[in-house]
Every structure is written in structure tokens, then in C-alpha cells.
Ligand binder design. Structure first.
Ligand code: FAD
Ligand code: NAD
Length: 494
């Protein structure tokens, strides 16, 4: 069977859905191809279940720190897992399917792969990372194809690891019971969030990191999270190399040998979680049929058009990519931002009311809806560990490596009245990075309770390139933790 649409989107995760929506709003007919569940990793095995599982522990911690409330005691694990199931719909994506229908987007279920320019073949899917085969359904795109197939967890080539049947973030976010003990390999975002929530749920957790924690953030952030995890009873081992994994009996305990030959140690746990990064899902999407390398991230320009793919005969790009698959972003919000650009660019290039000149003008503009410029220097990330770590823009080291003339100033949140009135234990730290030639903020990091909610003011200042003299007139209410902005500006000499 063969069908034709203006735009075909492969992958209906949060990013593909947004690209499809924006293109459809531009008057184009759109089909999305989904191999598994509409809503993608984020809705069922990532953001939504993990943040739902983390929330009760945060509430308990806040109660413990509030004078006069008392210790609420252990969490009701069954109730926490039940709430997680409610939030993920236990893998029922009919709500998302209804939404697609309501905005006039066609859903084609199956595994999609490119079969040359503007052509997508769809075969029945068995699982998103399995080789898919079967009767082929052919979709033709009059205008553009968007690849938004996301990413999958990496399992490193460590002796015995694959055979030990480890958890990845999928099993960790979907678990039906809490193991008595869990060893986590990797000290990145998944590692610290999972260590936090499994400790909350009563597991004995060991976290193995080959360096410090949260290497993408300011070093003080990882240090504060490590200290808090240790306070919560997690065995945090930094600078530790895992050598070998063994699980002699299927379903039995798993052992990880860590350290060097002279001082090897064995860590034993009921389950092992691998949290060592993700790879783009491009291994089986037909990249070879358009001259690209399967398995590699899809390199895009700022309009999200895939580089290294020829334009069509009239010079228009036809292949776009956004989200995790590009390797340029690794969060839902930054992927959806790219997707809005993708959808708007495709609509402007091919839609009936399209404004092609605007795309040309965008190439010279600092900010335009047709260019994902925030990818460079204004990305945000929030890590929902306890304390939260949230940042925008580069770290101080990254800024210096990029040759920016920066000054970093920081302030202890505990010294702000708004923190002290919440709790005598309210800790945390804020740091801003200032470009000393332009006197504007280029980055900021907040560590503390609910710090993720504090980030957006900094993001507005960075993207808006608000001069420090103007920021001085943005007055935070008293007594809030946001008053730290005043203290930071005072540190900067205002
Ligand atoms: C444990 C965990 C927690 C996270 N928490 C957060 C968080 O709190 N906040 C945040 O911003 N980010 C978080 N992330 C990151 C976030 O999940 C990803 O950035 C986001 O899901 C990327 O969206 P995407 O649409 O690009 O990819 P995905 O969500 O992976 O969606 C891709 C879709 O494409 C489909 N697909 C793949 N190949 C094909 C094919 N060939 N044919 C058809 N369909 C295909 C897949 O089935 C999937 O539905 C977390 C990640 C993890 C692992
Ligand atoms: N709150 C959020 O926004 C959120 C939450 C979870 C995940 N995510 C996203 O999901 C993606 C994956 O997260 P992640 O934590 O898996 O990746 P990561 O890149 O953040 O961390 C990977 C960790 O694994 C370690 N590592 C890598 N290879 C290793 C090996 N062979 N042996 C031992 N350690 C090894 C790294 O040193 C690092 O500490 C990221 O893009 C992240 O942004 C986002």
C-alpha cells in the first residue's frame, strides 16, 4: 500500500509530536510513524515515571526539615508505585492517539525507515530496538521527512555485564517492586536521580562513578549531591572503575568487581542498573539509503535540516531531525524546542502561507523562530535529585574553553531570608557567570530544594542578554529564595 502526505515524521515521542503539530498548524498534511508508544521514552520510561517516583521523597524530606512537622516515616511503596502507574497509564497511549486525531495528524503504527529521498517504508514493529521485518507499507512525502527516533540506553562492553541481564532506565522506571539492594553504574543524571529515588523507596543503594557526579554541571553541584546522597544512606563511590560483572544464577544476586587488581573489591546487590549514557536510535532507520551512516547522530544545522543530505532540485532541504537523535540535546524540553523550529521551518518552506524569506532572514538574526540558536549556549537542564541541580548555559570551565571572558560569583542559599524561613536546614548554592566585556549573564547554576523552579529567571536573563544594570531593577519579593539574585548582583559590585 502507498500513501502520500506533505510531511512524514518518524518517531512520535514528545519531540516528533511537537514537530508534527507545528507543521500541521502550518496547513500541511502530516503522518507520524510510531513503533512503540505515542509519547515516547519520556512519557512511559523516563521523565514522567522518574519525577513521579521522586516527588514523595522530596515531600517527606521537606516535612522532616520543617520545624514542628515531625518525621512522616517510610514511604508507602505500593502507593508511590500506583501513582507512577496512573501517570504513565501503564503503557496505554490511547489518550495521545486521540490527541493526534483531534489535531488532524495521521498515526501509522510500525517501524519506519527511509527508503531514499522523501520515501518512508513502514514494517510491523516487534519492539523499538529489535530488527523489524514484514509486509511493507510505503509512505511518500510531498515536502519533508522528519526523523525524531530518540535514543536508547548504552550498555558498555564490560565483561559479564550483558549476560547479567542488567536494568537500564526502562526497567528502573517501570519496576513493579523495589529490590532490597541496587548497584548503579554511572554517576550522571540517570544515576543520581535513580540513587535518590531507590534510596527513598527503601533499597540499599551503591552508586559507582568513574569520576565525580554530574560531570556536565559545575563541580560544586556534583559534590553537594554526593554529600546529600551519602546523608541519605547511599554508598557513593567516586573515581571507581567497574571491572567485571557476574550473576551466577539468573534472577539471583549480581556482583560487580571494582577497583584495580591490587585492591579489587566486590559489590553485591539484588539488581544492577546501567546508567552510562544514551546513543541515538539511527541504526535501523534507513540512513544508508540517503548517504548517511547508520548508528551516528543526525547532524543538523540551526534550522534543524540534516547536514550532508543533498537539497532537492529547487534547493530546499527535505530531511530534518530533532531531539535526542541529533545528539545536540538530551532533554525533552530542549528537544521540543528544536521540534517547534522544525515544524515552523517546514511550514514556512512548504505551507501555502509559508514565509520563505523569513527563513533566509533568520540566518543573520540572533533570535528567530526558524533557528534553534539556544542549542548553543542557552540550553537548560534540571536534575531532580535532592538537592535539585539546575543550570542554563555553559559551566565556567566550558565558557573559558570557548574563550569567553567570564567571572563567576556564587552565594550560599542558606544565607537568604527566604530559605531560612522555610527551614533551618535549607541549604544550596547559586552561581552566575557574567561576560565581563558585555556585562550580561551567560550562565547560571542553582543547587537546592526546588532549584529547578528557580532556573527560568536566569534563562530569561541569559536569552534576553539583560544588562546587569537592568537586572538590578528586577526586584525579587521578600522573603523568597529568589532574593539570592540581589546578593549575587551585590557580589558583582552593584
Ligand atoms: C530515566 C530518564 C529520565 C529522564 N528525565 C527527564 C526529565 O525529567 N526531563 C527532561 O527534559 N528529560 C528527561 N529525560 C530525557 C528525555 O526522556 C529525552 O530527552 C526525550 O524522551 C527525547 O525525546 P525524543 O522524542 O527525541 O525521543 P524519545 O522519547 O526516545 O521518542 C522517540 C520515539 O520514536 C520511536 N521510534 C524510534 N525508532 C523508530 C522507528 N524506526 N520507527 C518508528 N518509531 C520509532 C520510539 O518508539 C519513541 O516513541 C530523561 C531520560 C531518562 C532516560
Ligand atoms: N532530569 C533530566 O533532565 C534527565 C534525567 C535523566 C536523564 N536525562 C537525560 O538522559 C540522558 C542519559 O543520562 P545518563 O545519566 O545515562 O547519561 P550521562 O551522560 O548523564 O551520564 C553517564 C555516566 O556514565 C558514566 N559512564 C559512561 N560510560 C561508562 C562506563 N563504560 N563505565 C562506567 N561509567 C561510565 C559517565 O562517566 C557518566 O557519569 C542524558 O542526556 C540526560 O540529560 C535527563
Amino acid at each position: 500500500m502507498e500513501q502520500t502526505y506533505d510531511v512524514i515524521v518518524i518517531g512520535a515521542g514528545p519531540v516528533g509530536e511537537n514537530a508534527a503539530d507545528r507543521a500541521a498548524r502550518g496547513g500541511l498534511s502530516v503522518a507520524v510513524v510510531e513503533a512503540e508508544l505515542v509519547g515516547g521514552e519520556c512519557s512511559y520510561w523516563a521523565c514522567i515515571p522518574s519525577k513521579t517516583l521522586l516527588s514523595p521523597g522530596a515531600a517527606r524530606q521537606a516535612a522532616r526539615e520543617a520545624p514542628g512537622v515531625g518525621d512522616p516515616g517510610p514511604l508507602d511503596v505500593d502507593a508511590v508505585l500506583a501513582r507512577r502507574d496512573e501517570m504513565t497509564g501503564q503503557g496505554d497511549d490511547s489518550g495521545q492517539e486521540e490527541w493526534l486525531d483531534s489535531v488532524g495528524i495521521t498515526l501509522v503504527r510500525g517501524h519506519g525507515r527511509l527508503a531514499g529521498e522523501r520515501t518512508v517504508e513502514v514494517v510491523p514493529a516487534t519492539g523499538v530496538d529489535d530488527d523489524a521485518a514484514g509486509e511493507t507499507h510505503r509512505l511518500l512525502a510531498r515536502c519533508a521527512v522528519v526523523v525524531s527516533t530518540g535514543s536508547a540506553a548504552v550498555v558498555p562492553d564490560l565483561p559479564g555485564l550483558a549476560e547479567a541481564n542488567p536494568w537500564t532506565s526502562r526497567e528502573a522506571t517501570a519496576a513493579e517492586a523495589v529490590p532490597a539492594s541496587l548497584v548503579i553504574l554511572g554517576g550522571g543524571v540517570v544515576g543520581v536521580e535513580m540513587a535518590t529515588l531507590y534510596a527513598d523507596l527503601g533499597a540499599r543503594v551503591t552508586l559507582l562513578a568513574r569520576g565525580g557526579l554530574l560531570a556536565g554541571a559545575e563541580p560544586f553541584a556534583g559534590e553537594m549531591v554526593a554529600e546529600a546522597l551519602r546523608d541519605a544512606g547511599v554508598d557513593v563511590r567516586l573515581g571507581t572503575t567497574a571491572r567485571r560483572v557476574e550473576r551466577p544464577a539468573p534472577g539471583g544476586p549480581v556482583t560487580v568487581t571494582v577497583g584495580g587488581d591490587d585492591g579489587a573489591e566486590i559489590v553485591t546487590a539484588a539488581e544492577l542498573l546501567v546508567a552510562t549514557g544514551r546513543r541515538p536510535r539511527t541504526g535501523d532507520v534507513g540512513l544508508d539509503t540517503v548517504g548517511l551512516e547508520p548508528g551516528a547522530p543526525l547532524t543538523i544545522d540551526d534550522t534543524t535540516a540534516v547536514e550532508e543530505v543533498g537539497r532537492d532540485v529547487v534547493g530546499k532541504p527535505w530531511l530534518f531531525a530533532c531531539g535526542d537523535v541529533t545528539g545536540r540535546v538530551g532533554t525533552t524540553h530542549q528537544g521540543k524546542y528544536q521540534a517547534r523550529v522544525t515544524g515552523d521551518v517546514v511550514a514556512a518552506l512548504y505551507g501555502s502561507g509559508g514565509d520563505r524569506e523569513a527563513i533566509v532572514a533568520a540566518s543573520g538574526a540572533r533570535w528567530s523562530r526558524y533557528a534553534a540558536r539556544a542549542d548553543h549556549g542557552a540550553q537548560t537542564q534540571a536534575v531532580f535529585a535532592r538537592p535539585h541541580v539546575a543550570w542554563v548555559g555553559p559551566t565556567e570551565a566550558e565558557a573559558r574553553r570557548a574563550g569567553l571572558p567570564v567571572r563567576a560569583v556564587s552565594y550560599d542559599l542558606a544565607s537568604v531570608a527566604g530559605a531560612a524561613v522555610t527551614s533551618p536546614d535549607h541549604g544550596g548554592r547559586a552561581q552566575v557567570l557574567v561576560d565581563t566585556e558585555r556585562d550580561v549573564l551567560v550562565g547560571a547554576t542553582f543547587v537546592g530544594p526546588d532549584a529547578a523552579e528557580m532556573l527560568h529567571a536566569a534563562t530569561v536573563a541569559v536569552v534576553g542578554e539583560v544588562p546587569l544594570d537592568a537586572l538590578w531593577h528586577a526586584v525579587p519579593p521578600f522573603p523568597t529564595v529568589s532574593e539570592v539574585w540581589l546578593r549575587l548582583l551585590e557580589e558583582l559590585g552593584l
